[in-house]
Design a protein around this ligand. Sequence first.
Ligand code: CP
Length: 339
Amino acid sequence: MKNFTHLSEHAPEELLALADAALALKKAPPRDRPLEGRSLAFCFMNPSLRTQTSCEAAAASLGAHPITLNLGSGGAWQMEHRDGAVMDGAAAEHLKEAVPVLSRYCAALGLRSFPSGASWDEDKAEPYLSAFRKYSTVPVINLESASGHPGQALADLMTIRERMNPKGRNFLLTWAPHRKALPMAVPNSAAEIAAAAGMNVTIARPEGYDLPPETMARVRALCAAGGSTLRVTDRVPEAYDGAHAVYAKSWGALARYGQPPPADPVFRARWMPTADKMRRAAEDALFLHCLPVRRGLEVADDVLDGPWSAVIDEAENRLHAAKAVLLALLAPGKLIVQK
Ligand code: CP
C-alpha cells in the first residue's frame, strides 16, 4: 500500500483483509515495536478527538513517535496550496515546501482537511490532500477529507465484522438531523465500505440529500460486483425494517451546499433515530455512529444508551484500524493477513 487516502484505490478484498488484520491486532497487539525509531506527523486543519488520539496512541503502541501539528491555528503555519499564488494573505508557508520538509523528518504524513462548504466542485478536488499526495515522498494517510474518512470506515467494518459476517446482511445508512451542514466524508465512506463488504445497502435520506453522484456510482458498482442490492429511499421508519446494521449520520445537501438543514421539529423528529425506529430493525441489530454525536438532536438518548449501540466499540476500533494502516504502509510484513 502506497497511501491510504481513498477507499476507491483499494480492492474490496484488500479492505476486508485490512479490517481482519486490525481485528487481529486488537486481540494481540505487537510486542516488538515494529516502528521503533520512526516519527509520524499527523496534521490537522480541523478539530478532532478520536482521530488525533487514536493515531497518536497507535503510533506509540507500535514504537513510533507521533507528532501532531495543528495547521494554521496557533500551532504550525497556515498553508497555501494554490500553484502560482502571491502569498500576501494569511498563509505563511506553501505546501510545496512544507510537505517535502515533513517527509524528510517523518516516515508517514496524515492530514485532516474538511471541505470549505462554499462550493462542492472546489471541495471535491481536495486541494490540501492532493497537495500532500503530490509533494510527499512518504506515505500519506487521509484523516478525513471532503469526500472520505477511510480510517473511520475501516473501524466501522471491524465493528460489524466483530458481530456478524457482513456479506448479504442489510446495512441502513440513515440521514440524521443537525444544526449545521456537515461534510459528506463519513456517509460516503460508510456506504462504500458496506458495499465493498457485500452488504445490501439502503440509504434513507430526505429529498435533496443524495450523496454525490461519484459516491453513488462507486457504491452501485460495488453492490453489483458483490451481488448485493442498493436502495435509496425517503421512507422512514420503514427503511429500518430488517436492518442488521444502522449507521446514522448527518450531512449537508448538495443542492443547498453549506446551508443548514431545516430546524422544523416535525422534520427533525421524523429523521432522528429513536428506539421505536430501531425496534423495526433485525433482532440483535447494531447501531453505529462515528461520533461526535449531538444527543437529542442527531440521535435519541434511548438509542445511544440502548442495547443496539456499538458506538464506543466503533470508536475503540479507530485505534486498531490506525495500527493496521500504519503497518500496511510502513511494515507490511508485520501484518497478520487472514487467508
Ligand atoms: N469520528 C471521528 O473522526 O472523530 P473525531 O472528529 O473526533 O476525530
